[in-house]
Ligand binder design. Structure first.
Ligand SMILES: *[C@@H]1O[C@H](CO)[C@@H](O)[C@H](O)[C@H]1NC(C)=O
Ligand SMILES: *[C@@H]1O[C@H](CO)[C@@H](O)[C@H](O)[C@H]1NC(C)=O
Length: 354
C-alpha cells in the first residue's frame, strides 16, 4: 500500500529474476522509432545490494507471491478520471513532466509512443480483473486540476489531513462529485512535510471517509522528495551516503530533476496499486489488510531485466547519459519501476529483454 524505504526484493524474487544478462540482448536495444534522436543503449548501473536486513517486510516471507483477490472492486470504469491537486509551490515545467507521464498511460495517445512505452507498462495493471471479470481500465484521463498554492492546510500534513486537502478540492468544485470513475492524486511540493514521508513512505494510497470528504473516493498522495530525502524516495537519481562512499554513482534523471523524476516512479507505483486495490479489498498479498503487499510493492526497486536485491536491472541511457526505461508522449522518457503481472507471476515491464 505504501512505498516503504527499502529497495529490496526478497530472496525468492531474486532467484526468479536474477537471470544472467544475455550478451546478445544486452548489446541490441529494441527498435525505436524516429521520435528518439539518439539511439539508446541498455546499460547496467550495477548498483550494489543493500543489506537484506533492511527489508523486514519481506524477510523470509513465503506469502510474497501469494497475491490474492479479496472480492472488492478494481478501477474498471473507463477512463479513470484523475483529479490532480497540486499542493504547495510548483514550477510549471515540473508540472508538465508529471502531466506528460500521466497522459502517456492511455494507449490512445497519438502518435503512439515508441516501444518500450508507458502505455505498454500500464498493460500489466490492466490484466487485473474484479469478480465480474472486468479489467482495470487501460485509460487514465486528467479530469481536473486544482492548485492549492497557499498551503490551505499548512505546510505539514498528516495522513488524515490529506483528506481535508481533498475535501477542500471537492467542495471548491461546483459540479457533482465523480464517484464512479473519479480518483484523487495529491502531489505535494518539496517543502511540504508529510507524516511518515521519508521515514516510512514516499507515497501512499487509500480512500476518503464520508465523514471528512462526504464520499468514499480512492486517492493517492506522492511527495516531491527533492529537498527532504532524495536518496530515499528519488533513488536511483540520488544515493545514500554510505553507497556513494562505496563508489555508487547516482543515475542522471531523464527530465533533469531528481525530485520530480523520482516522483514519477512513485506515482506509477501508487496509481497501479490504487487501480488494482482502490478500497484495499481487492488485489494484495499477505494476511494483514492493514499492511497489504500490493502489485507495486512486489517489484519495488526493479526497473529492468536482471534486477533485484538492490540492483535496478538493465535500463537505457540517452546520448546525454540520462537513464530511463520507457518512452512517453512527445519524446519524453521516464524511469518507472516494474509491476507484478498476474499472468507471468513475476515482475513485468515493457523494457524486458527476455
Ligand atoms: C483482462 O485480463 C485477463 C487476464 O487476467 C487477460 O487475459 C485479458 O486479455 C484482459 N482483457 C483485456 C480486455 O485487457
Ligand atoms: C494566498 O494568500 C495570500 C496571503 O494570505 C493572499 O493574499 C492570496 O490572495 C491567497 N491566494 C489565493 C489564491 O488564495
Amino acid at each position: 500500500m505504501s512505498l516503504p524505504l527499502s529497495f529490496l526484493l526478497p530472496l525468492l524474487l531474486l532467484l526468479l529474476l536474477l537471470l544472467p544478462p544475455h550478451p546478445l540482448l544486452a548489446t541490441s536495444p529494441p527498435q525505436l522509432q524516429t521520435l528518439i534522436p539518439v539511439k539508446p543503449q541498455y546499460h547496467n548501473p550495477n548498483l550494489p545490494r543493500t543489506p537484506l536486513a533492511a527489508s523486514k517486510r519481506f524477510e523470509g516471507s513465503s506469502s510474497l507471491v501469494d497475491l490474492r483477490y479479496h472480492m472488492g472492486p478494481v478501477l474498471s470504469s473507463s477512463p479513470i478520471n484523475l483529479h490532480l491537486i497540486w499542493y504547495g509551490k510548483w514550477e510549471r515545467h515540473h508540472q508538465e513532466v508529471i502531466r506528460d507521464f500521466l497522459r502517456s498511460i492511455s494507449p490512445a495517445a497519438s502518435p503512439p509512443s515508441p516501444s518500450p512505452s508507458v502505455a505498454e507498462w500500464w498493460y500489466t495493471p490492466s490484466l487485473y480483473t474484479d469478480q465480474t471479470g472486468a479489467n482495470v481500465s487501460r485509460s487514465i484521463l486528467i479530469a481536473s486540476e486544482r492548485h492549492d498554492a497557499n498551503y490551505s492546510h499548512g505546510a505539514s500534513l498528516t495522513r488524515l489531513s490529506m483528506q481535508n486537502v481533498i475535501a477542500s478540492a471537492v467542495s471548491a468544485v461546483p459540479s457533482p462529485v465523480d464517484h464512479r470513475n473519479g480518483v484523487y492524486l495529491v502531489l505535494t511540493s518539496s517543502d511540504v512535510v508529510v507524516q511518515d514521508f521519508c521515514r516510512a513512505v514516499c507515497g501512499f494510497h487509500y480512500f476518503t471517509f464520508p465523514s471528512v470528504v462526504g464520499y468514499t473516493l480512492p486517492y493517492a498522495w506522492v511527495g516531491n522528495s527533492g529537498k527532504q530525502c532524495p536518496e530515499v524516495c528519488a533513488y536511483p537519481f540520488a544515493v545514500p551516503g554510505y553507497m556513494a562512499a562505496g563508489g555508487t554513482k547516482a543515475l542522471a534523471p531523464p527530465n533533469g530533476d531528481v525530485g520530480v523524476d523520482g516522483m514519477i516512479s512513485v506515482i506509477g507505483h501508487e496509481l497501479a496499486e490504487l487501480s488494482t486495490n482502490p478500497l484495499v479489498n481487492a488485489w494484495y498479498a499477505g494476511e494483514d489488510p492493514t499492511a497489504p503487499t500490493e502489485i507495486g510493492d512486489l517489484c519495488e526497486g526493479l526497473y529492468g531485466t536482471g534486477g533485484g536485491g538492490g540492483y535496478i536491472g538493465m535500463v537505457m541511457k540517452d546520448g546525454e547519459g540520462k537513464s530511463y526505461n520507457m518512452n512517453g508522449k512527445g519524446g519524453r522518457r521516464f524511469l518507472v519501476q516494474w509491476l507484478w503481472s498476474p499472468v507471468l507471476k513475476a515482475c513485468a515491464g515493457p523494457n524486458a529483454l527476455d
